[in-house]
Design a protein around this ligand. Structure first.
Ligand code: MG
Length: 258
């Protein structure tokens, strides 16, 4: 009986190991799927459209406003409005290219609740570490209250923000670092889920991809829009590719555009 159990556990290990290895590279839409009719970068429409084409995740950028609210936008200053020193009302009064108002994170999360795609939340580097810590706390509370904790992952160029997400988020929450200056071992030591680095970093250190996998981490890459780069990264078995061209990447993964 004992031997049977051992053999069974061994068999399950083999099955789970082969499942991990067989897992395909996943698609993350950079700032949502915005290169399509009716969408704009970081709009709610781009989130909905990323979900509609079944992307694994939809990436977006978050700022903390002067009155301590969270808004979704890439640039620190957009159409003359500086996110960090303006109110939520001033920020969300901005009209995006698709006619939508710049979204508050509250509205964004409300829409995300009805979707399936993962939220790849980038906290932008703010002017002080205190602001970033405050933003991390507010983000985690909103994500928890919206019931989105199980499918939200965090990324940042700010090492402080990354460390704060790791410290304050529920254990096991994926947190990735964007800057590209830390080795797999350093990321592992910090408790990161893995690197989310620019493709040029992996071209310089292709060995980091397998090193990350050996350390039990996952590898994300930004922002990859060319078919040859996509094909190289897929051959290197990266876990996620962040792209402005999610449908192109999907067709390459399916083998349609070789
Ligand atoms: Mg971003």
């Amino acid at each position: 009986m004992k031997l049977k159990n051992i053999l069974l556990s061994f068999g399950l290990c083999i099955v789970s190991l082969s499942t991990i290895q067989a897992q395909k590279t996943q698609v993350i839409a950079h700032r949502g799927f915005w290169k399509t009719k009716g969408a704009a970068q970081n709009s709610i429409a781009s989130l909905v459209k990323a979900d509609s084409i079944h992307c694994y995740g939809s990436e977006f950028d978050v700022w903390l406003t002067a009155d301590d609210h969270l808004v979704v936008n890439h640039d620190g200053t957009f159409k003359g409005v500086k996110m960090e020193t303006s109110t939520e009302k001033e920020c969300t009064a901005i009209i995006l290219k698709n006619g939508e108002n710049l979204p508050s994170f509250k509205e964004y999360a409300k829409k995300a609740k009805r979707l399936k795609t993962h939220l790849i939340l980038e906290l932008k580097a703010h002017s002080t570490p205190e602001k970033e810590t405050k933003a991390v706390g507010k983000i985690l509370k909103k994500v928890k209250d919206a019931g989105l904790a199980a499918r939200t992952e965090y990324i940042s160029f700010s090492l402080h923000a990354v460390k704060e997400f790791i410290r304050l988020a529920p254990k096991g929450t994926p947190v990735y670092y964007l800057e590209g200056d830390l080795s797999p071992q350093e990321l592992k030591k910090m408790g990161c889920a893995g690197p989310d680095y620019h493709i040029n970093i992996y071209k310089k250190h292709p060995e980091w991809i397998s090193e990350c996998h050996m350390l039990g981490m996952r590898v994300n890459v930004w922002t990859v829009d060319s078919p040859s780069d996509m094909k190289w990264l897929i051959s290197q078995k990266v876990d996620f590719i962040t792209t402005n061209e999610p449908t192109l990447l999907q067709s390459i993964l399916k083998g349609d555009s070789n």
